[in-house]
Design a protein around this ligand. Sequence first.
Ligand SMILES: Cc1ncc(COP(=O)(O)O)c(C=O)c1O
Length: 389
Amino acid sequence: MNIRTMSDLAPANSRPHERIPVLRPQLPKAQALLPYLERIDASRIYSNWGPLVSEFSQRLAQRFAVPASGVVCASSGMAALMGAILANAGFARPGRDLAIVPDYTFTATALAVQMCGYRVVLASCHHDTWIFEAGELLARPDRLAGVGLVVPVAPFGRPVAQLPWQEFQSRTGVPVVIDAAACFESFTPPQHPSLGALPVALSFHATKSFGVGEGGCVVTTDERLAAAVLRALNFGFHGSRDSTGISLNGKMPEYTAAVGLAELDGWDAKCERAGRVLQAYREAFRAHGLESRLRCSPDISSSYVLLQCDTTLQAESVVETLAGDNIETRFWYGLGLGRQPCFQQAPRLDLHGKAAIEAGTVPGLPTAVDLAESNVKRVVASVASALCR
Ligand SMILES: Cc1ncc(COP(=O)(O)O)c(C=O)c1O
């Protein structure tokens, strides 16, 4: 017998529990990619909006019920955001170089804004909705001086309605770009109220429910704006090899589109598997009388299972207990952008006072499309024991 560790000698029921990672993504298997990869071999087109990227964009446009040219694929969610910002707001200009972004988001939102020349202003978000509203900014005209961009974020894939932001843009003249990184599941036909003329950026990072590894797209019903995004993500080229404006190389390669097409092919089956895990979570939370603390799909993306704690102290104690039980957790948005070294000095816009969300109160719990029900029960039992202390 080959004994590798002391735990191999212990009886099964006294072995330490296996580690449960916070997320174990699963993308299409090699076999599902093969027909698409063979098409790349045959075409010998590897990038520059090739046939697979075109097909992927069109299938996405159909799914989102926007015009065929209304989806522009990008090399990442952050590149999609930059393309959308450059197309709708342009690079920051003197006197219009402030950008309002939520404090409660992933750091890529603010980094994309910064890469387009803007100085970040961190706005608070409400603890119930995790967002700031267009009306709340309209009520603070004093804070709109010098603002050249606003980027509302759909937190954890909970969509942000477009109409109020379209009105905000037309009333103030301040361009708006929506960061809807994790919203893929929400944007199903008929036309979702979160899609429209304003550019919406999605991420297809492996950690998202719909993943390609690294990738993303911009969605808009405005075909002229979509053409401007295309330009911004391709060196500013437009029908010639002249750079027509500040831009980047943010194109999606054909190999990534191959993964995207295979992911679309298997999407219904993937959703079914994710649904089973979420159902197990709902039941386990209910069994412990904790259902009011669970934040999961369909309210947010199925790639997140979040625990609403009352205080940061309580959240810390849950995280510590779970770590002791070999269960990984993650604050997906860290402790707020204001705690990131890069944005510590950024000016703040307090819209909510004591009703602002504290990022450290919502840890992410483990999930995966193949997370076993027994492991879901283990996670929730550990959460319950921490909350009882
Ligand atoms: C809110 C938000 N914005 C932007 C991004 C950036 O996306 P990507 O990682 O694809 O660049 C993410 C990724 O997690 C995100 O959660």
